[in-house]
Design a protein around this ligand. Sequence first.
Ligand SMILES: Cc1cc2nc3c(=O)[nH]c(=O)nc-3n(C[C@H](O)[C@H](O)[C@H](O)COP(=O)(O)OP(=O)(O)OC[C@H]3O[C@@H](n4cnc5c(N)ncnc54)[C@H](O)[C@@H]3O)c2cc1C
Length: 444
Amino acid sequence: MSENGINENGIIDLLVIGAGASGMTAAIVFQKTLLSERKPLGNVVILEKNDRVGKKVMVTGNGRCNLSNKDMSLSHFHCHVEEFPEKAISLVPQQQVLAFLGEIGIVTTYEENKLFPMSKTAASVVDAFRFALDDFDIKVVPNAEVEEVSKDSESKLFQVTCADKSTYSAKKLLIACGGACAPYTGTTGDGYKFLSMLGHKVYAPKPSIVQLVTENYVTKALSGLKLDCDLTLLCEDFVVANQFGEVLFTDYGLSGPAVLQVSGEVSRRTRKGRLSMPMKVSLKLFNDPTIMNIREDIYARREEFSDRPLDQLLLSILPQKIGSMLIRTALDRPMSMPVSALTDGDIEKIISTMRSWEFDVIGTKGLESAQTTIGGADCEEFSPKSMQSRIVPGLYATGEVLDVDGDCGGYNLTWAFTSGILAGSHSAKKSDIYQQKAGEPDGN
Ligand SMILES: Cc1cc2nc3c(=O)[nH]c(=O)nc-3n(C[C@H](O)[C@H](O)[C@H](O)COP(=O)(O)OP(=O)(O)OC[C@H]3O[C@@H](n4cnc5c(N)ncnc54)[C@H](O)[C@@H]3O)c2cc1C
């Protein structure tokens, strides 16, 4: 046994850094690929800095784990090299991802377009992975925080050193450390450092699926209130994204599913935390026919409820606080003014605000609040067929550490599984065990 108890000579066939969604997938697929060819299982080790596997998976989908989505349009995936996720997804169609999840015992169900485990609990997904790691004899080393990685030019082995000074030697190395968001789950951007150490270019990480910071006197006053509306994101008055859904007003700005979904477009236009161009969120509170009915209603109310104060004008059309704040934003008039004093022009301004209630965007909340990371290792330098480095043979990267981010709706886990399947199967096929010849050169 070696110092770290791995095997006789201490050399690992596949060493994975990070027991997250993509790392665990790759490790399991590595072993399954060998078994499918009736080869013996490999010596596969996962180093995880947390005391347990899948800490981030546990918090996904509000603890329900949104695994994937019926709508697999490629527009839901973002990368500086557009063809990269496109090619990878064409090689591992969603059916293959679902089959893999089924094979490790995850039964799934759809809720509208979103795929969840039938239990609707992320913990059961983590448990399924845990049992599969065990079934396939994959050694997980918890509390193993990797600090350094290198490749020895003579032996061609990867050398990995942890914070406790334990060392590991491996024929193949997979960096599956995730991105830089939600650092409380263990993802603090270490993977970028390791890939840079090995000569890779990394795009600076930015937050996505994150709340927006806006000019906030209105949102602060309405903090905690929600509305279903049609959200349009504008950059210098050009529409860059549109999303129907719930919007939540907060102390700092706007949150809720519709806001999280478009937030990446704000991040992509941000440098060092500052917007490079002016951006606005416009909320349309009702559809056009409804707004026309409300308009007629307001003209009628001016006569019927003429003595009521202005801040009651939208009573029962909108929640009181929101209605009152909308009128305040539209008009420079005292709220105690009687409804009868409204001019036609005032009414048209209220209607126009209802159609487009604008909020100046200042930026996004930070990586600590985000659900995924924009940026990461440059995909030009990896093969989309295998996730193998084009610079360092035997080196792989999967999941969020790569410069691929998905929209909200299960796309990031789908990417983690897809890239994990490709890396696991390719690294197994290129292993000495599969080829039954030692020292076979690696290829892409
Ligand atoms: C709150 C929240 C909710 C989300 N909900 C969803 C959802 O419902 N659906 C969806 O598709 N996506 C969701 N995501 C995104 C998704 O979880 C990630 O994109 C996905 O888990 C990334 O997989 P990964 O394998 O790249 O890394 P991760 O799953 O993040 O795993 C990386 C692992 O590497 C370990 N690690 C890091 N550095 C080191 C080191 N130096 N040494 C050893 N180990 C290290 C980390 O501790 C971690 O366990 C959510 C994210 C968050 C934060």
